[in-house]
Design a protein around this ligand. Structure first.
Ligand SMILES: Cc1ncc(COP(=O)(O)O)c(C=O)c1O
Length: 351
């Protein structure tokens, strides 16, 4: 993992049970009463919810950076929001809704001029699909999950922590060594890894990463770019489809068929054509205001290095069939419309 992120010390990698645990540990363990945080409208709930909880419990102030209509942030917005109270900037490397990748190199480089501001990257959607070189980015924390591009089993994740920083761990307990100490031993990873670890999960990452290194992450990025481009080009030929992704190396294509609620389309794809997909807000409630998919979200397919041309063909053909039969499958009963939260709700409250 240390080599994959290009960080010097393997001891600065901590294993957890998922990216959510990593993000909670960092956010809860680092932020203090009255701190200010800058984060973005593309974040996953595993960043939004820990932050909003601290807003209530520790008077943490949050500034949310808006995004454009495919989910790109303008890095200038981050820097315009930094104040003397800012201690953390959190950016999702790639949106799990649109696949849009943020320029974390330039954000990281610019943040080096702000020694009091630490940088946390949620790389759940990218580690394994896209090269991350922390010698260039100089992030202080990088959260990752095992079950996506790292090809590991479910229930394993982790984070990189800058060795100069020590945060309060969520849990303390047995570390297997230094048992005479009644307080948690200092230093990573002991400070953060208490209790029996998920050795099978961590082992699965070893095999996943070996495979990725054999293929080459740059080749995987390129492959996903080509495949997402092919699908996007083919879906664009249907006037009934609205697309929310550009070709990308995170392997995501999100779309809607106009007039069909995404959850309904998702069920058709899964039940009638065995095409795995995800629909709705996808745990990222803020982005939908910007890509104009409120209130029902969209449908997402996630490609991998293993996705075949045949599978792509089956998917496109099935979409063609649904569109040909559109009158039959359009929604008869539209569910009660609810409203999704907006990053601007926070500002209204401040006024
Ligand atoms: C961007 C992003 N962050 C965080 C997570 C949470 O990952 P995990 O399920 O490993 O907690 C996900 C997973 O869906 C994600 O896509």
């Amino acid at each position: 993992m240390a080599k994959l992120l290009n960080v010097k010390f393997p001891t600065s990698i901590v294993f957890t049970s998922n990216a959510t645990e990593s993000l909670n540990t960092i956010i809860d363990g680092y932020l203090k009463f009255g701190d200010h945080v800058v984060s973005t409208a593309i974040e996953h709930n595993s960043v939004i919810r820990p932050l909003v909880r601290l807003e209530k419990e520790r008077a943490v102030e949050i500034s949310w950076v808006p995004v454009d209509k495919i989910g790109t942030i303008n890095p200038d917005d981050i820097f315009n929001m930094i104040t003397t109270k800012t201690r953390l900037v959190i950016v999702n490397h790639a949106s799990n809704v649109t696949g849009t990748i943020q320029d974390i190199e330039s954000i990281g480089r610019r943040l080096q001029k702000y020694p009091n501001v630490r940088f946390l990257i949620d790389a759940s959607q990218t580690v394994g699909h896209i090269n991350i070189d922390n010698e260039v980015i100089k992030a202080d924390f990088i959260a990752f999950t095992g079950h996506k591009a790292l090809l590991g089993i479910s229930g394993v994740g982790g984070y990189y922590i800058n060795p100069e920083i020590q945060i309060r761990p969520i849990k303390v307990g047995g570390t297997g060594v230094l048992s005479e100490l009644l307080v948690q031993p200092a230093g990573s990873p002991l400070h953060y890894e208490s209790g029996t670890m998920n050795m099978i999960g961590i082992g699965s990452l070893y095999y996943g990463i070996n495979y990725l290194n054999r293929i080459g992450i740059e080749n995987i990025s390129r492959d996903l770019h080509v495949k997402t481009r092919r699908i996007i080009e083919q879906l664009s030929t249907f006037k009934e489809i609205t697309l929310y992704s550009l070709p990308n190396a995170s392997g995501i294509v999100s779309f809607n068929i106009n007039g069909i609620i995404p959850s309904r389309l998702s069920t058709f794809l899964a039940d009638n054509a065995s095409i795995s997909n995800r629909s709705g807000l996808m745990c990222a409630p803020f982005i939908h205001e910007f890509i104009k998919t409120n209130p029902f979200g969209c449908v997402r397919i996630s490609l991998s290095h293993f996705t075949t041309q045949d599978e792509i063909k089956i998917f496109i053909n099935y979409i063609g069939q649904i569109i040909a039969d559109l009158d039959k499958v359009k929604n008869i009963n539209i569910p009660v419309v609810y409203s999704n939260p907006s990053i601007y709700d926070f500002q209204k409250k401040e006024v």
